[in-house]
Design a protein around this ligand. Structure first.
Ligand code: NAD
Ligand code: ARJ
Length: 498
């Protein structure tokens, strides 16, 4: 969820154990074995998982390397990450390494129901289906965070930071209640923030000490995506982190592959599955030219689209210009674009007023983590009439007759309208996730934000070369000395940007 401010209760999150009378043993949820759409989809899910495993050499190799020693044995692990077939293989790897795993998706539209059913069938508790309501979504997150006996996890895998957020919000509420004897007033009007506020109050009424009970057991979280890392950086700066955090996104083998090459293929997959539109010759406006924007722009160009980029950062704007893209402000091209894609991780990129100025039949979508890049709530509350063509594909008709299409209700289009990135690139991302979990479990590090050392980043890449039939050149000792590196690596300084 895209939260405005973690500090909204305006008090500190200093670690302290408080006691709330005799109510701290109540069960905060009735634990369910799983919640998925349809268990009869499990055989299809298993077929897809079997096929995808062959495309995930990094994950499968880590599985082989560590299955004998079970380094995650005895660790309770909660995941909040898109419940796809690739994630199913991550889950089964973490289980193979010994972890006791519970899982929820990190988006209401991204679950592949067959993958969720296949995981549920193995007895792993998974709470995820495509098309959850916001209430269901947060209930699923709470289920995934609650182990038998009201215990919480030791380890977290997060994508976008929602599991981390719920824990911090619940903890903060308990602090407030213990200081003031009452709940803080709810001031937000944001529908998702309201759902969270209600949920943490409900938990508090059942067990006023729940989050303080579970936080001491949490070693840390590994965070998948740019937006989740941005949240963690802010929390670390504000001294709010309650446990260690591992930045998976900024491994080169994550952001320079998944965000770029992943989106290069999965953006168009989402657009085409939803709309079936011809891309060639269309004018596409890509908002943001970071890792995701670069992949999206390149993809659209390869289909014969005229690509226009918007950027706020002069370095990225110059990169886009020197790749041959037109670089413009959004306002100046609103009437020109056939298709608009937001990739910024920022909010209010496309406003309702912008949408009013677009051409008839324009398509609007977002591939950034949260749906606040496009003002969807304002569009829904506007004078435009909404018709659902099919789930995750809506047409809005304005009083003057102009029509606009919105994909996945503004949520990430590649996972809402298609199946996300292909397995091979998710193997690079998820190999980093597994290494991060092994680090957290082994080191139990102090409360800080960590990055993967370059040796391991290089190792993740190495694990994927053979699959693509790539031969690596071996550095001679003499050459290594000349450029000042070890022949076995690391080959670049930490600051190198790839
Ligand atoms: P990034 O920081 O590399 O790029 C974002 C770019 O947007 C930056 O260059 C920034 O300058 C630019 N930007 C910010 N505000 C802007 C504005 N108002 N107008 C124009 N440009 C603006 O981040 P990234 O790694 O490219 O990730 C972008 C988003 O995509 C994040 O939310 C991330 O979590 C998400 N993501 C999604 C997927 C997916 O599969 N859908 C995969 C990876 C990342
Ligand atoms: C699971 C996926 C998939 C997929 O790693 C990507 C990222 O940074 C997330 C932003 O929420 C989405 C995630 N991602 C992309 N494709 N996660 N399975 N197939």
């Amino acid at each position: 969820m895209r939260v405005a401010n973690l500090n909204s209760h305006n008090n500190t999150t200093v670690k302290k154990i408080v006691n709330n009378g005799g109510k701290n043993m109540e069960h905060i949820v009735k634990i369910l074995p799983n919640q998925v759409k349809d268990m009869s989809l499990a055989p299809l899910g298993r077929h897809k998982i079997d096929i995808a495993e062959k495309e995930m050499p990094g994950l499968m190799s880590l599985r082989k390397q560590h299955t004998g020693t079970k380094p995650l044995k005895g660790f309770r692990l909660t995941g909040s990450l898109h419940m796809t077939k690739e994630t199913a293989i991550l889950i089964e790897t973490l289980k193979d390494l010994g972890a006791d795993v519970r899982w929820a998706s990190c988006n209401i539209f991204s679950t592949q129901d067959e993958a969720a059913a296949a995981i549920a069938e193995t007895g792993t508790p998974v709470y995820a289906w495509k098309g959850e309501t916001l209430e269901e979504y947060w209930d699923c997150t709470l289920q995934a965070l609650t182990f038998d006996g009201n215990l919480g996890p030791n380890l977290l895998v997060d994508d976008g930071g929602d599991a981390t957020l719920l824990i911090h919000k619940g903890y903060e509420l308990e602090n407030h209640f213990n200081e003031h004897g009452d709940y803080p007033e709810i001031t937000t009007t944001n529908p998702e923030e309201l759902v969270i506020e209600k949920l943490i109050r409900k938990v508090h009424k059942l067990n006023g000490n729940h989050w303080h009970n579970i936080v001491p057991d949490i070693i840390g979280v590994s965070e998948e995506t740019t937006t989740g890392v941005a949240r963690l950086v802010q929390m670390e700066q504000d001294n709010e982190l309650l446990f260690a955090a591992f930045n998976v996104n900024d491994s080169a083998t994550k952001s320079k592959f998944d965000n770029l090459y992943g989106c290069r293929e999965s953006l168009v997959d989402g657009i085409k599955r939803a709309t079936e539109v011809m891309m060639a010759g269309k004018t596409v406006v890509v908002c943001g030219y970071g890792d995701v924007g670069k992949g999206c722009a390149q993809s659209m160009k390869s289909y014969g689209c005229k690509v226009i980029v918007t950027e706020i950062d002069p370095i990225c704007a110059l990169q886009a210009a020197m790749e041959g893209y037109e670089v413009r402000t959004l306002e100046s091209v609103l009437g020109k674009g056939h298709l608009f894609v937001t990739t910024t991780g920022n909010k209010d990129i496309i406003t309702l007023e912008d949408i009013r100025k677009m051409r008839d039949q324009a398509i609007v979508c977002n591939i950034g983590h949260f749906d606040n890049e496009i003002q969807v709530d304002a569009l829904n509350d506007s004078d435009a009439k909404r018709e659902q063509i099919k789930p995750q594909y809506d047409r809005y008709t304005f009083p003057d007759g102009k029509q606009i299409f919105l994909l996945a209700e503004g949520r990430l289009v590649n996972l809402g309208c298609a199946t996300g990135h292909a397995s091979f690139v998710m193997s690079t991302s998820f190999a980093n996730q597994v290494l991060a979990q092994l680090f957290l479990a082994k080191e139990k590090p102090e409360v800080k934000l960590y990055n993967l050392p370059k040796e391991l980043d290089e190792e993740v890449a190495r694990l994927h070369l053979e699959h693509l039939d790539a031969d690596l050149t071996i550095l001679t000792k003499d050459q290594a000395d000349y450029i000042g590196v070890d022949p076995k690596g690391p080959f670049k300084k930490d600051e190198y940007r790839y």
